[in-house]
Design a protein around this ligand. Structure first.
Ligand code: A5P
Length: 232
C-alpha cells in the first residue's frame, strides 16, 4: 500500500471509534485530513458529534464536510481527539508540529479525555528526534529567544541547528496564532521530559512539539495491517 492508503486505513479505523454525541478534537495534517473526511461521511449518514478544529485548515475542511464545530470556550472538555504525528515512540511520546499547528493541537489534546494518534508505520521510532523538533516562538525578540533555546539545548545535551521555518514566499512561516517556528535539528532526544521542561521556562517560547503524556493510544497502519498501541 502507498503512504496515502496507509494513512486512510488508520483514519478509517479511528473514525469507527466515534460514537453518537461525542465531543471531538480534530487534528491537523494529511493523516488527520483522512479522518475528517471519514468522519464527514459518518455525519452525513446521521452521526451527531461536535468538533474543535486544531487549525484554520482543518476548520475549513470540517465545514465543507458538514461537521458541526464548537470551541473550547463553549465545550472545554472533549471526549476524544484524533490527530497525526511526525514521530511516535514506544511510550506514546510524540513529536508534532511539522504542519505548524502544534499550539492548538496541544491545547485541544490536553482538553481531551483520550487522544488517539493515527499514522503510517514509518512514524514509529525507537527514540525521538530524527524529525526536527518544532519550537513555536513569538516574533518579538526572536534572536534573544533563539539564543536562550540554543543554551537550553546545550545544557540538555541536545546539540543541533535551530532553523527559522520559511513560508512558500521565502518569508518566515507564521502559525495560525501569528508566531514563528524554529525547527531544532537534533538527530536524537535522549531526555524528552527534561528538554520539554527546559523549553517551557524560556520567555518567548510559546510551545514546543514534544507531546508527552497526552496520547492514550495509537493506530499505526503498516503493509501487514493495523497495529494498535495503548488504549484505542
Ligand atoms: C501538524 O502541525 C502536525 O502536528 C501533524 O499532525 C503532523 O505533522 C503529522 O502530519 P501528517 O499526517 O501530514 O504526516
Amino acid at each position: 500500500m502507498n503512504a496515502e492508503s496507509l494513512k486512510r486505513a488508520a483514519a478509517e479505523r479511528a473514525a469507527a471509534l466515534v460514537a453518537n454525541g461525542m465531543r471531538l478534537g480534530l487534528g491537523t495534517g494529511s493523516t488527520a485530513a483522512h479522518f475528517v473526511a471519514a468522519l464527514g461521511e459518518r455525519v452525513r449518514g446521521g452521526l451527531n458529534v461536535v468538533g474543535v478544529p486544531t487549525s484554520e485548515a482543518t476548520r475549513g475542511q470540517a465545514e465543507r464536510e458538514g461537521i458541526r464545530l464548537t470551541t473550547l470556550d463553549e465545550t472545554p472538555e472533549l471526549d476524544l481527539t484524533v490527530d497525526g504525528a511526525d514521530e511516535i515512540d514506544g511510550s506514546l511520546r510524540l513529536i508534532k508540529g511539522g504542519g505548524g499547528a502544534l499550539l492548538r493541537e496541544k491545547i485541544v489534546a490536553a482538553a481531551s479525555r483520550r487522544m488517539v494518534v493515527i499514522a503510517d508505520g514509518s512514524k514509529r521510532v525507537e527514540r525521538l528526534g530524527r524529525f526536527p523538533l518544532p519550537i513555536e516562538v513569538v516574533p518579538f525578540g526572536l534572536e534573544a529567544t533563539r539564543r536562550a533555546i540554543a543554551r537550553a539545548l546545550d545544557r540538555n545535551g541536545s546539540r543541533g541547528d535551530l532553523r527559522l521555518r520559511s513560508a512558500a514566499n521565502g518569508g518566515p512561516f507564521a502559525t495560525d496564532g501569528g508566531h514563528f517556528i524554529l525547527d531544532a535539528h537534533l538527530g536524537r532526544i535522549d531526555a524528552p521530559e527534561a528538554l520539554a521542561a527546559a523549553l517551557a521556562t524560556i520567555p518567548g517560547v510559546v510551545e514546543h512539539g514534544l507531546f508527552l503524556g497526552l496520547a492514550t493510544g495509537a493506530i499505526l497502519a503498516t503493509d501487514d495491517g493495523l497495529i494498535e498501541v495503548g488504549a484505542v
